[in-house]
Ligand binder design. Sequence first.
Ligand SMILES: [Mn+2]
Length: 408
Amino acid sequence: MTILHTADWHLGKYLDRFSRLEEQQAVLEQIVEIADEHDVDAVIVAGDLFDSFNPPNEASELLYSTLHRLAKNGSRAVIAIAGNHDSPERVDMPDVLARVSGILFVGMPMAESKPFETTRGLKTIQIDKGFVELQLPQCDFPLRLILTPYANELRLKKYLGSENRDESLRTVLQKHWTELADKYCDETGVNMLVTHLFIMQKGGEQPEEPEGEKAILVGGSQPIFTENIPPQIQYVALGHLHRSQNLGDNQQPVVYSGSPLAYSFAEASQKKYVHLVHAKPGKPVSMERVELKQQFDLYQNKFEGVDEAVSWLETVQESYVQLSLKVEKYLSAVDKRRISDAHERIVSIVPEITDGFSGTEQRAVNINEQSMEILFDQFFQSKKGVLPDDALKDLFREIQNIEEQKAE
Ligand SMILES: [Mn+2]
């Protein structure tokens, strides 16, 4: 049985004022080709399907058409769960139509999926809250999936039925996963956990979260440890961190497949992949990862002067760039023009003023093109003189999500 694991598509995402939709189209095309080439039996998309609660129509269309192609008219299982950027209700919405074609959407942590069977022999065998067992057309053993989409700590505990407020999320999740694993995951099938959470090795270094992802640790809540994962689980398919990485070992890989595109300058140097997992009952899985070609790279660079910047820009046309530039007092309109004429995708120019002050270059901005979070940062900075700290940004994001939900 071969499973393709991907995550963090963030469809509809912008890099500053640049839509990434065309790149997303191109990279999802590659994923469809890889799935066909390797004849994969199932595809897992581990959350953050969309970049926001209310994605643009083009993003919805891209998601549904891609998943539909991946599902090959019900001959391949496709499982997509909600991440912290997704509205759980929106993820669940097309489920009735999706199931007919072999696509399973899971928005809520304790969702009990409805049974289905496609004309190509893909069907559910057993279903429980947060669990599904599937019969795949080309396999003579079943695939068991424990499915835990993202929810914040409070909601997750509520869903999982923990009355005890002092009980840690770690304990609650471990109990939930262990119960399901003990009940359904023996050595007659392949057993996997699919979730969108912040997981790390106990005592290990805390992996860096990508820009705009801090909200998952609301209120300084704790990460989940790899040791909380039941031993029956042969592979953990994670979403959330955008860097591809395995936090487990060969016995039990705990893998962030990573985003298919570099979504911020913090990811500029990362290669992007999908993971292929070859699995048999009762044996450790084997893994390979396939690199995804990037249409535009992301570059950051520093320059002493405008001439230097312009000649560099000419060599990196197929990219997004962020540059900082030493200037004496301010960046003149003429210089600014020379720079912006030299490249189509300049995300920002940060002048480093050698004459005492420095600061971010203020571009004339159309506020409709800016995300709420950026606008909030700018407003806060204009009032208080500093940027809001992470806790405040998290709070703002929570409120914003609630408002967006109300608006639907
Ligand atoms: Mn995420």
